[in-house]
Design a protein around this ligand. Structure first.
Ligand SMILES: [Zn+2]
Length: 677
């Protein structure tokens, strides 16, 4: 007995050391020599040279689908947020109103015993509403409530606000395709053995969820087959991800009459009234063909079939917030089977993620106050200006673009708004009722708040200050309609941006990322929007042609790279990211050269400043990935794998060849170099 007790305590202690809330950040330097593999030849495989040590030293944790420098930093951020939330959950005295909300939300989420006791009961109101339907005509009203509750397009389709593609200052209603349980329409349409296997396992999973809802084995299996039938019909009418990169294919403005004509069997008036936008008249239906297929399903299916489909999506969406039977079943299929993850994330991680996604700007205030000093904002803003200057110079010296288009490109560049760290104005969550003993209710109320906040923007003046990511997020984005670049505080931390480091690795790493986001404004998708964020062609025909030829060079290059098994990169899907990667690093290089002009730079760790610039760049992209996850990403991820986000750039840069004195014919020296920007 004693021995067992000692072992258990020992195990708990070991787990506790890695798995405990923290009030300090672990420091990982921006250029980490230990993460390199200096036995590798930089000219043959630069990714291995710069990341080999990291890859060896960082096996994928059992609760992750992949592991990367970004993922690891996000986990550090999460542990830090856990420290904040743990304290706000336990020390209820002296909290302000915002701290009360995130503290109590976290406390309710962490109370696993209470969640367990409720089982499937929190679903009852939604399931009852579905059960009470006596005619298909009631679907509009029922769907409106489900959409408000979940905020996503999982159940048949979705509706929300967005800027009009043609007039970016106007916010209109977007009605978008959805309705699938699997991560992409291709899962339903492809006929290879692996796709068929995933479909079979998906149907088995849906069957088990129906059983958790109380169906007998036979009924559950029949219901799962119905779900698969409906979803397959919707999938076949859905655009591919590559098609969805073309904004013109997603732009179909119409009035309510047009909407009704696409899907006359849905009571749109009841639906829109249910969303609280009864008077809205202007819509963009992103995929009209999908809504015609939806009409065919509504017409041909029995009311019972439609109810079956609604029950599945209601349970699927809510599973992560229910008892362990639902949580585990959801994990088994969507994480273990689909992505190869062996272990469910511990509850604290799931709860921190939820607070971040539902009350992100409340939690973000606490994060920013502790982790994002004004000096950091100042320094990264200065770097951003440097990168913009580099882009201006880059555009000026392009050989393939006419002066007329250059003038417009510079105008667009100068209009881009830089958003660094966190929003100027924090979102007001005061109307959400957060209760300490009501986890599921909190999730629902926060989601309904978000759905209504989003819908309330329709017809109102555009809020240019809004962020689409929360401050602790380790990521960044460019928004073509806003024409802004956004860098959350979470991504401007070591080892990505390291205030203790010199310019070489920082300009390679964060400079390259800023360059990447800026270049998105001018990639194959972004270039179609003008300085005001309108979908409007500002290119001469010859310049468009010259752009497309250069982009095709990159598409052809990346199409050669293998992701996993014999699956190659779908470079039509990744083109925008690949163009942004190549352009971003060039801008980082130019900005670094300008920043350090006239300065004497020293060698360090046996590397020249130029070599350190490139290693600094590469070390953001070090990663390990599971084969199952790579297969999902091959279908869904617009980014190329880390290895090619490094090596695919080096082969195009003469500056790299020179920095490492690579001989012609080396793997990292391409005979045919691609460059757009
Ligand atoms: Zn990108």
């Amino acid at each position: 007995m004693r021995l067992i007790a000692a072992i258990v305590a020992g195990a708990a202690l070991a787990a506790g050391a890695q798995d405990a809330p923290t009030t300090t950040f672990p420091y990982t330097p921006g250029l980490d020599v230990a993460s390199m593999d200096r036995t590798a030849d930089a000219c043959q495989d630069f990714y291995q040279y710069a990341c080999g040590g990291w890859i060896r030293n960082n096996p994928i944790p059992p609760d992750q689908a992949k592991w990367s420098v970004y993922g690891k930093l996000y986990q550090d951020n999460q542990r830090f947020l856990w420290g904040i939330l743990d304290s706000l959950a336990k020390n209820t005295n002296g909290r302000n109103a915002t701290q009360q909300k995130i503290g109590d939300y976290f406390a309710a989420c962490m109370d696993e015993a209470a969640v367990e006791k409720l089982g499937a009961r929190p679903l009852k109101p939604s399931l009852d509403r579905i059960a009470r339907m006596t005619a298909k005509g009631e679907l509009g009203g029922v769907l409106a409530q489900l959409h408000l509750d979940t905020g996503d397009a999982g159940t048949f389709f979705g509706a929300g606000s967005n800027q009009d593609f043609e007039v970016s200052t106007q916010v209109i209603t977007f009605v978008v395709a959805g309705g699938l349980g699997l991560p992409d329409r291709d899962y339903y349409t492809k006929d290879d053995a692996r796709s068929r296997e995933i479909r079979d396992k998906y149907v088995a999973h849906v069957t088990r969820v129906f059983q958790l809802l109380g169906d007998s084995a036979g009924v559950a299996a029949k219901n799962a087959a119905t779900v698969m039938d409906v979803e397959t019909a919707l999938a076949k009418a859905s655009l591919t991800r590559v098609d969805k990169r073309d904004p013109y294919k997603l732009f179909h403005k119409m009035d309510r009459k047009g909407l009704r004509a696409l899907t006359p069997s849905l009571d749109w008036d009841a639906y829109l009234a249910g969303l609280g936008i009864a008077k809205v008249e202007s819509f963009n239906v992103t995929e009209p063909e999908f809504f015609k297929a939806f009409e065919r399903e509504l017409g041909s299916r029995s009311l019972e079939d439609l109810k079956t489909y609604l029950r599945w999506h209601t349970a699927k969406e809510a599973s992560p917030f229910l008892s362990s039977a639902f949580v585990n079943e959801n994990f088994e299929f969507f994480s273990k089977t689909l992505r190869g993850v062996p272990q469910l994330r511990p509850r604290w991680k799931r709860c921190v993620t939820l607070v971040d996604s539902q009350l992100g700007e409340a939690l973000g205030q606490e994060f920013v106050a502790r982790a994002f000093a004004p000096k950091l904002k100042e320094d990264t803003l200065r770097m951003t200006k440097r990168i913009e200057e580099a882009m201006r110079e880059d555009i000026r010296t392009l050989t393939w673009m006419s002066d007329a288009t250059k003038k417009r490109a510079v105008e667009k560049l100068e209009t881009i708004v830089n958003k660094i760290g966190y929003p100027d104005k924090w979102r007001d969550y005061s109307s959400i009722d957060v209760k300490r003993g009501d986890f599921f209710g909190n999730v629902r109320r926060a989601q309904v708040f978000e759905s209504k906040r989003d819908l309330a923007k329709i017809g109102k003046p555009l809020d240019r200050g809004e962020w689409l990511m929360t401050p602790p997020t380790v990521n960044a984005y460019y928004n073509a309609q806003m024409n802004d670049i956004n860098f959350p505080a979470g991504v401007l931390q070591p080892p990505l941006y390291d205030p203790k480091m010199d310019d070489a690795p920082n300009y390679g790493n964060t400079g390259g990322t800023i360059g990447h986001e800026l270049t998105h404004g001018f990639d194959d998708q972004g270039r179609q929007f003008d300085a005001q964020g309108n979908l409007k062609d500002w290119w001469t025909a010859e310049d468009s042609k010259a752009f497309e030829e250069r982009a095709q060079c990159i598409a052809d290059q990346y199409a050669q790279y293998v992701i996993v098994d014999d699956i190659r990169i779908n470079s039509k899907l990744t083109l925008g990211e690949d163009v942004a990667d190549v352009g971003g690093l060039i801008l980082g290089w130019m900005a670094w050269k300008a920043e350090t002009a006239g300065k004497t730079l020293e060698n360090r760790d046996g590397m020249t400043p130029e070599q350190r610039f490139f290693v600094g760049y590469a070390q953001w992209a070090c990663e390990n990935d599971r084969p199952e996850n790579l297969r999902v990403k091959a279908l869904t991820d617009p980014h190329s794998p880390g290895k090619y986000r490094v090596n695919g750039l080096m082969v195009n840069m003469p500056e790299f060849e020179k920095a490492f004195s690579c001989k012609p014919g080396s793997a990292m020296v391409s005979a045919k170099r691609c460059r757009v920007w």
